[in-house]
Ligand binder design. Structure first.
Ligand code: C5P
Length: 293
Protein backbone atom coordinates (compact mmCIF):
# COMPACT_ATOMS: atom_id res chain seq x y z
CA UNK A 1 0.00 0.00 0.00
CA UNK A 2 1.15 3.52 -0.78
CA UNK A 3 0.21 6.65 1.11
CA UNK A 4 0.52 10.06 -0.52
CA UNK A 5 0.19 13.70 0.38
CA UNK A 6 -1.14 16.05 -2.29
CA UNK A 7 -0.02 19.49 -1.11
CA UNK A 8 -1.84 22.69 -2.07
CA UNK A 9 -0.07 25.52 -3.92
CA UNK A 10 -0.34 29.26 -3.90
CA UNK A 11 0.91 31.69 -6.54
CA UNK A 12 3.28 34.36 -5.25
CA UNK A 13 3.15 35.99 -8.69
CA UNK A 14 0.79 35.39 -11.62
CA UNK A 15 1.34 37.38 -14.82
CA UNK A 16 -1.10 36.42 -17.57
CA UNK A 17 -0.29 37.38 -21.15
CA UNK A 18 -2.39 37.41 -24.32
CA UNK A 19 -4.96 34.77 -25.26
CA UNK A 20 -3.40 32.23 -27.62
CA UNK A 21 -4.95 30.62 -30.68
CA UNK A 22 -5.62 27.43 -28.67
CA UNK A 23 -7.65 29.39 -26.09
CA UNK A 24 -5.00 29.12 -23.36
CA UNK A 25 -2.88 32.05 -22.15
CA UNK A 26 0.87 32.31 -21.93
CA UNK A 27 1.76 33.10 -18.38
CA UNK A 28 4.54 33.47 -15.92
CA UNK A 29 3.85 32.37 -12.37
CA UNK A 30 5.84 31.73 -9.23
CA UNK A 31 4.32 28.65 -7.57
CA UNK A 32 4.77 27.64 -3.93
CA UNK A 33 3.70 24.50 -2.07
CA UNK A 34 2.13 25.05 1.36
CA UNK A 35 1.40 22.76 4.33
CA UNK A 36 -2.25 21.99 3.55
CA UNK A 37 -2.72 18.62 1.85
CA UNK A 38 -5.18 15.97 0.70
CA UNK A 39 -4.29 12.40 1.65
CA UNK A 40 -4.47 9.48 -0.73
CA UNK A 41 -4.03 5.72 -0.30
CA UNK A 42 -3.36 3.33 -3.19
CA UNK A 43 -3.70 -0.46 -3.15
CA UNK A 44 -3.45 -2.93 -6.01
CA UNK A 45 -6.80 -4.35 -7.07
CA UNK A 46 -8.38 -6.09 -10.07
CA UNK A 47 -10.35 -2.99 -11.03
CA UNK A 48 -9.91 0.76 -10.74
CA UNK A 49 -12.00 2.35 -7.98
CA UNK A 50 -12.00 5.62 -6.05
CA UNK A 51 -13.68 6.55 -2.78
CA UNK A 52 -13.72 10.11 -1.48
CA UNK A 53 -14.11 11.38 2.08
CA UNK A 54 -14.60 14.95 3.24
CA UNK A 55 -16.03 16.29 0.00
CA UNK A 56 -18.94 16.12 -2.40
CA UNK A 57 -16.50 15.88 -5.32
CA UNK A 58 -18.13 13.59 -7.92
CA UNK A 59 -16.50 10.24 -8.75
CA UNK A 60 -16.94 10.43 -12.52
CA UNK A 61 -14.89 11.10 -15.65
CA UNK A 62 -14.37 14.74 -14.56
CA UNK A 63 -12.39 13.52 -11.53
CA UNK A 64 -8.69 14.27 -12.02
CA UNK A 65 -7.55 11.26 -9.94
CA UNK A 66 -9.45 8.91 -12.26
CA UNK A 67 -8.22 10.83 -15.32
CA UNK A 68 -4.62 10.39 -14.14
CA UNK A 69 -5.10 6.66 -13.44
CA UNK A 70 -6.75 6.08 -16.83
CA UNK A 71 -4.02 8.05 -18.64
CA UNK A 72 -1.42 5.75 -17.11
CA UNK A 73 -3.48 2.64 -17.96
CA UNK A 74 -3.69 3.84 -21.58
CA UNK A 75 0.09 4.20 -21.85
CA UNK A 76 0.60 0.73 -20.38
CA UNK A 77 -1.98 -0.73 -22.77
CA UNK A 78 -0.11 0.88 -25.69
CA UNK A 79 3.01 -0.91 -24.43
CA UNK A 80 0.97 -4.16 -24.50
CA UNK A 81 1.30 -4.59 -20.75
CA UNK A 82 -1.52 -6.24 -18.77
CA UNK A 83 -4.32 -4.04 -17.45
CA UNK A 84 -3.83 -3.24 -13.78
CA UNK A 85 -6.30 -1.86 -11.27
CA UNK A 86 -6.11 0.04 -8.02
CA UNK A 87 -8.30 0.84 -5.10
CA UNK A 88 -7.77 4.54 -4.33
CA UNK A 89 -8.97 6.42 -1.26
CA UNK A 90 -8.90 10.22 -1.25
CA UNK A 91 -9.39 12.28 1.89
CA UNK A 92 -10.07 15.82 0.76
CA UNK A 93 -8.87 18.80 2.79
CA UNK A 94 -8.04 21.35 0.08
CA UNK A 95 -11.13 23.43 -0.84
CA UNK A 96 -12.46 22.78 -4.36
CA UNK A 97 -12.20 25.25 -7.26
CA UNK A 98 -10.31 27.51 -4.89
CA UNK A 99 -7.14 28.44 -6.81
CA UNK A 100 -5.08 26.09 -4.60
CA UNK A 101 -4.43 23.42 -7.24
CA UNK A 102 -6.06 20.64 -5.18
CA UNK A 103 -7.31 18.60 -8.13
CA UNK A 104 -4.00 19.05 -9.98
CA UNK A 105 -2.00 17.95 -6.92
CA UNK A 106 -4.22 14.86 -6.56
CA UNK A 107 -3.63 14.02 -10.24
CA UNK A 108 0.16 14.42 -9.98
CA UNK A 109 0.52 12.22 -6.90
CA UNK A 110 -1.79 9.63 -8.49
CA UNK A 111 0.59 9.42 -11.48
CA UNK A 112 3.59 9.10 -9.15
CA UNK A 113 1.92 6.54 -6.89
CA UNK A 114 0.48 4.30 -9.62
CA UNK A 115 3.75 4.44 -11.55
CA UNK A 116 5.33 2.86 -8.47
CA UNK A 117 2.42 0.56 -7.48
CA UNK A 118 2.13 -0.87 -11.01
CA UNK A 119 5.90 -0.92 -11.50
CA UNK A 120 5.23 1.00 -14.72
CA UNK A 121 8.74 2.49 -14.83
CA UNK A 122 7.70 5.58 -16.78
CA UNK A 123 10.31 8.32 -16.46
CA UNK A 124 9.59 11.71 -14.87
CA UNK A 125 9.44 13.46 -18.26
CA UNK A 126 6.69 11.09 -19.46
CA UNK A 127 4.73 11.45 -16.22
CA UNK A 128 4.96 15.26 -16.45
CA UNK A 129 3.76 15.18 -20.08
CA UNK A 130 0.77 13.01 -19.03
CA UNK A 131 0.09 15.45 -16.18
CA UNK A 132 0.15 18.45 -18.53
CA UNK A 133 -2.64 16.84 -20.57
CA UNK A 134 -4.78 16.69 -17.42
CA UNK A 135 -4.28 20.29 -16.31
CA UNK A 136 -1.92 23.26 -16.62
CA UNK A 137 -0.99 23.18 -12.89
CA UNK A 138 -0.20 19.45 -12.73
CA UNK A 139 3.51 19.51 -13.82
CA UNK A 140 4.47 21.83 -10.93
CA UNK A 141 3.47 19.13 -8.43
CA UNK A 142 6.28 16.88 -9.65
CA UNK A 143 8.70 19.49 -8.24
CA UNK A 144 7.09 21.31 -5.28
CA UNK A 145 8.86 24.02 -3.28
CA UNK A 146 9.22 27.34 -5.08
CA UNK A 147 9.23 27.18 -8.90
CA UNK A 148 8.39 29.29 -11.92
CA UNK A 149 5.78 28.09 -14.38
CA UNK A 150 5.80 29.43 -17.92
CA UNK A 151 4.14 28.71 -21.26
CA UNK A 152 0.65 27.47 -20.37
CA UNK A 153 2.02 27.04 -16.83
CA UNK A 154 3.44 23.60 -17.61
CA UNK A 155 7.12 24.53 -18.18
CA UNK A 156 8.64 24.37 -14.70
CA UNK A 157 11.86 25.97 -13.47
CA UNK A 158 12.61 25.25 -9.81
CA UNK A 159 14.32 28.08 -7.87
CA UNK A 160 15.73 28.49 -4.37
CA UNK A 161 12.95 27.91 -1.82
CA UNK A 162 11.21 30.89 -0.30
CA UNK A 163 10.51 30.07 3.34
CA UNK A 164 7.62 31.76 5.16
CA UNK A 165 6.38 30.41 8.50
CA UNK A 166 3.18 32.33 9.25
CA UNK A 167 0.66 32.33 6.45
CA UNK A 168 -3.11 32.23 6.41
CA UNK A 169 -5.30 30.95 3.58
CA UNK A 170 -8.79 32.42 3.59
CA UNK A 171 -11.50 31.15 1.29
CA UNK A 172 -14.80 33.06 1.28
CA UNK A 173 -16.69 29.81 0.53
CA UNK A 174 -17.43 30.82 -3.04
CA UNK A 175 -15.92 29.04 -6.01
CA UNK A 176 -14.48 30.61 -9.14
CA UNK A 177 -14.43 28.78 -12.45
CA UNK A 178 -10.91 29.15 -13.85
CA UNK A 179 -12.23 29.30 -17.42
CA UNK A 180 -14.66 32.06 -16.40
CA UNK A 181 -11.92 34.12 -14.70
CA UNK A 182 -9.72 33.90 -17.81
CA UNK A 183 -12.63 34.82 -20.04
CA UNK A 184 -13.44 37.94 -17.95
CA UNK A 185 -9.71 38.77 -18.00
CA UNK A 186 -9.87 38.64 -21.84
CA UNK A 187 -12.77 41.10 -21.84
CA UNK A 188 -10.94 43.44 -19.49
CA UNK A 189 -7.70 43.40 -21.51
CA UNK A 190 -9.17 43.02 -25.00
CA UNK A 191 -7.43 39.62 -25.21
CA UNK A 192 -4.07 41.40 -25.07
CA UNK A 193 -3.25 40.36 -21.53
CA UNK A 194 -0.67 41.87 -19.22
CA UNK A 195 3.08 42.09 -19.68
CA UNK A 196 4.83 38.85 -18.76
CA UNK A 197 7.96 39.82 -16.90
CA UNK A 198 11.06 37.62 -17.12
CA UNK A 199 11.47 34.97 -14.44
CA UNK A 200 14.17 35.53 -11.85
CA UNK A 201 15.38 34.13 -8.56
CA UNK A 202 14.71 36.12 -5.39
CA UNK A 203 17.33 36.63 -2.73
CA UNK A 204 14.70 36.24 -0.03
CA UNK A 205 11.08 36.72 0.90
CA UNK A 206 11.44 40.48 1.48
CA UNK A 207 12.54 41.07 -2.10
CA UNK A 208 9.77 38.80 -3.40
CA UNK A 209 7.05 40.54 -1.38
CA UNK A 210 7.64 43.76 -3.34
CA UNK A 211 6.79 41.87 -6.54
CA UNK A 212 3.61 40.08 -5.46
CA UNK A 213 0.81 40.44 -8.04
CA UNK A 214 -1.96 38.49 -9.74
CA UNK A 215 -3.28 39.36 -13.22
CA UNK A 216 -6.58 37.55 -12.53
CA UNK A 217 -7.47 39.49 -9.36
CA UNK A 218 -9.56 42.15 -11.07
CA UNK A 219 -11.58 39.61 -13.07
CA UNK A 220 -12.11 37.40 -10.01
CA UNK A 221 -13.13 40.39 -7.85
CA UNK A 222 -15.80 41.26 -10.39
CA UNK A 223 -17.09 37.68 -10.47
CA UNK A 224 -16.93 37.25 -6.68
CA UNK A 225 -16.83 40.54 -4.71
CA UNK A 226 -16.35 38.47 -1.50
CA UNK A 227 -12.69 38.02 -2.51
CA UNK A 228 -11.92 41.73 -2.29
CA UNK A 229 -13.68 41.87 1.10
CA UNK A 230 -11.42 39.11 2.46
CA UNK A 231 -8.30 40.81 1.06
CA UNK A 232 -9.31 44.07 2.74
CA UNK A 233 -9.98 42.28 6.07
CA UNK A 234 -6.59 40.57 6.01
CA UNK A 235 -4.80 43.85 5.34
CA UNK A 236 -6.61 45.59 8.17
CA UNK A 237 -5.78 42.67 10.49
CA UNK A 238 -2.09 43.45 10.07
CA UNK A 239 -0.98 41.06 7.32
CA UNK A 240 2.28 42.13 5.64
CA UNK A 241 1.37 40.84 2.18
CA UNK A 242 -1.99 39.74 0.78
CA UNK A 243 -2.87 38.36 -2.65
CA UNK A 244 -5.20 35.96 -4.39
CA UNK A 245 -4.08 32.45 -5.33
CA UNK A 246 -4.50 31.36 -8.97
CA UNK A 247 -7.94 32.29 -10.27
CA UNK A 248 -9.31 32.51 -6.71
CA UNK A 249 -11.32 32.52 -4.59
CA UNK A 250 -8.69 31.73 -1.93
CA UNK A 251 -6.64 34.64 -0.63
CA UNK A 252 -3.28 34.09 1.05
CA UNK A 253 -1.66 36.38 3.61
CA UNK A 254 1.74 36.59 5.28
CA UNK A 255 2.06 37.60 8.96
CA UNK A 256 5.23 38.47 10.82
CA UNK A 257 4.35 36.47 13.95
CA UNK A 258 2.32 33.46 15.06
CA UNK A 259 0.43 35.71 17.52
CA UNK A 260 -0.68 38.17 14.84
CA UNK A 261 -1.81 35.31 12.63
CA UNK A 262 -3.73 33.72 15.51
CA UNK A 263 -5.53 37.00 16.25
CA UNK A 264 -6.54 37.30 12.60
CA UNK A 265 -7.64 33.66 12.42
CA UNK A 266 -10.02 34.13 15.34
CA UNK A 267 -11.75 37.05 13.66
CA UNK A 268 -12.82 35.05 10.60
CA UNK A 269 -16.28 33.61 11.09
CA UNK A 270 -17.89 30.44 9.76
CA UNK A 271 -18.71 32.25 6.52
CA UNK A 272 -15.10 31.68 5.50
CA UNK A 273 -12.61 28.81 5.62
CA UNK A 274 -9.41 30.11 7.28
CA UNK A 275 -6.42 27.75 7.39
CA UNK A 276 -3.01 28.55 8.95
CA UNK A 277 -0.16 27.21 6.79
CA UNK A 278 3.56 27.59 6.18
CA UNK A 279 5.56 27.10 3.02
CA UNK A 280 6.83 23.60 2.22
CA UNK A 281 10.30 23.54 0.66
CA UNK A 282 11.28 21.18 -2.17
CA UNK A 283 13.27 18.67 -0.06
CA UNK A 284 10.51 18.28 2.50
CA UNK A 285 7.96 18.08 -0.32
CA UNK A 286 9.73 15.33 -2.24
CA UNK A 287 10.42 13.34 0.94
CA UNK A 288 6.82 13.38 2.15
CA UNK A 289 4.79 13.22 -1.05
CA UNK A 290 4.87 9.41 -1.34
CA UNK A 291 5.36 6.88 1.48
CA UNK A 292 5.21 3.08 1.39
CA UNK A 293 2.79 2.19 4.21
O1 C5P B 1 -5.41 23.58 -17.85
P1 C5P B 1 -6.61 23.72 -17.01
O2 C5P B 1 -7.63 22.62 -17.28
O3 C5P B 1 -6.34 23.85 -15.56
O4 C5P B 1 -7.29 25.08 -17.45
C1 C5P B 1 -8.61 25.39 -17.14
C2 C5P B 1 -9.03 26.59 -17.98
O5 C5P B 1 -8.27 27.73 -17.58
C3 C5P B 1 -8.76 26.44 -19.46
O6 C5P B 1 -9.83 25.83 -20.11
C4 C5P B 1 -8.59 27.88 -19.89
O7 C5P B 1 -9.84 28.49 -20.05
C5 C5P B 1 -7.94 28.53 -18.69
N1 C5P B 1 -6.47 28.63 -18.81
C6 C5P B 1 -5.92 29.52 -19.71
N2 C5P B 1 -4.55 29.64 -19.81
C7 C5P B 1 -3.74 28.91 -19.04
C8 C5P B 1 -4.27 27.99 -18.10
C9 C5P B 1 -5.64 27.88 -18.02
O8 C5P B 1 -6.65 30.21 -20.40
N3 C5P B 1 -2.43 29.05 -19.16
Amino acid sequence: MLKARAYAKINWILDVGPRRADGYHDLSTLFQTVSLYDQLWFETSDTLSLSIEGSTLPVDSSNLVLQAARALQTVLRQQRRPDLGASIRLEKHIPLAAGLGGGSADAAVTLLALNRLWDAKLDLKTLIALGAQIGSDVPFFFYGGTAWGSGRGTEITPVKDISVPYMLLVNPKVSVSTAQAYSRFDELTNCLGDAILPTCSFLGSKQLFEQVRNSLSKAAHELRPEIAVVEHQLKSLGADVVSMSGSGATVWAVFDSAEKRQEALQLFSDSTIAIPVSTVGRDEYLQSVLITA
